[in-house]
Design a protein around this ligand. Structure first.
Ligand SMILES: Nc1ncnc2c1ncn2[C@@H]1O[C@H](COP(=O)(O)OP(=O)(O)O)[C@@H](O)[C@H]1O
Ligand SMILES: [Mg+2]
Length: 361
């Protein structure tokens, strides 16, 4: 009954070996361990799970049991009621409200849309490749933790290499440093991150990744105006956002909500990119406005930002995305369009690639 008696603190230390499924960080540093109490021969561990979740993932339960086995206690894992938790004792983990400092990253650019399926990931991926093609050091962060598309679109499912502690290296592909939730998931991992978990994951992607020196970090945001957008705006200094829309009216209303959200958090909208703007039939030469027309201009007007590009529907765009070789890496009008877009944005972000002349001191 003396030195070896387990305490809530010693149990907490043991729990630091338990990782949340599919993610390289432990449940303690993620702030998920709300309370530990010892009742007889049991350690009752109350977990604060992602918003709305009321069941403990079985794999966590068994890992907790194994992690504290040496204490001689039996684990009982319960879910802490999120609202009943007092806001006290910030004794573990980093405070999620502090902005992340990214010393080597010159600019962070968000690619956003209020609605899914408008080609946001396609644009983000191609834009990152186009930045790299114009000589900039580019990164791509896939912030869509529910439906990561970077691994497919960039054509890699490599695992990020560990960089010591909880840190990891991005995966370099097509000259772009990439991170995506998809790199950390296996086929069976649940993709049910919500609320605070999304914030935690995004924060780790930003802060725990060895981005190194980058001229621009492109962030592919999930659709909507939810946690990811707000977290990002709070946790990192965004140089600006580009808004992707289709030309159709239905999308227009959604996109305007996104524009309003960025205004609220004082992130400048650098411009609007209209995607899926018409189809030029290669056989008959006719132009068809498959997804309506005018949406890009309307959003740009309403956002008080320029319409930066109007990119056509092109089956090659989809094919190259599915094959993991973004179209911007090749030749042709769409690739040129993306490189032009990259140069325009680089100018407005003042990160244009160093040319032959460098102004020394
Ligand atoms: N300009 C385009 N022409 C043809 N297909 C496109 C174009 N832009 C995107 N797509 C295809 O549309 C689908 C949805 O695009 P995606 O970038 O995943 O959208 P989001 O990220 O907005 O959900 C993908 O299959 C993609 O290849
Ligand atoms: Mg997407």
């Amino acid at each position: 009954m003396t030195t070896d008696k387990p305490t809530p603190e010693s149990i907490r230390g043991m729990l630091a070996a338990v990782r949340y499924p599919g993610f390289p960080r432990d449940i303690v540093s993620l702030g998920m361990v709300a309370e530990i109490s010892i009742e007889g021969d049991r350690a009752v561990v109350a977990l604060r799970l992602p918003g709305g979740r009321t069941d403990v993932p079985p794999v966590i339960e068994s890992e907790i049991a194994a992690a504290i086995a040496s204490s001689g206690l039996v684990a009982r894992v319960v879910v802490a009621p999120p609202a009943a938790e007092p806001p006290a004792s910030p004794r573990t983990g980093p405070t999620p409200d502090q902005p992340v400092s990214l010393p080597g990253v010159r600019t962070v650019l968000a690619v956003s849309s209020a609605k899914g399926g408008v080609g946001k990931s396609t644009v983000a991926t191609n834009l990152a490749c186009a930045f790299a093609a114009t000589g900039l050091r580019a990164g791509l962060l896939d912030a869509d933790v529910h439906g990561p598309s970077l691994p497919i679109m960039m054509g890699t499912d490599a695992r990020p290499l560990a960089a010591g502690g909880n840190r990891f290296h991005p995966v370099e592909r097509h000259g772009v440093r990439c991170i995506s939730m998809g790199f950390f998931l296996d086929e069976t991992s649940p993709v049910i991150w919500r609320g605070p978990m999304v914030a935690g994951l995004l924060r780790q992607f930003l802060a725990d990744c060895e981005w190194g020196d980058l001229d621009v970090l492109v962030i592919d945001l999930p659709p909507g105006t939810g946690d990811a957008q707000l977290t990002l705006a709070q946790q990192v200094r965004l140089a600006g956002a580009v808004v992707v829309t289709t030309p159709q009216e239905v999308a227009l209303r959604d996109v305007m909500r996104g524009v309003a959200m960025f205004r609220q958090v004082q992130v400048p909208i650098l411009g609007v990119i209209e995607n899926m703007a018409g189809f030029d039939c290669p056989s008959c030469g006719r132009h068809d406005d498959v997804f309506g027309r005018g949406g890009g201009e309307a959003v740009a007007r309403a956002a008080g930002a320029p319409l930066l590009a109007s990119l056509p529907v092109d089956p090659e765009v989809r094919r190259s995305g599915d094959e993991g070789v973004p179209i911007a890496l090749g030749e042709g009008p769409v690739a040129e369009g993306y490189r032009r877009l990259a140069r325009t944005l680089a100018e407005s972000l003042r990160i244009a690639a160093a040319g032959s002349r460098t102004a020394d001191a």
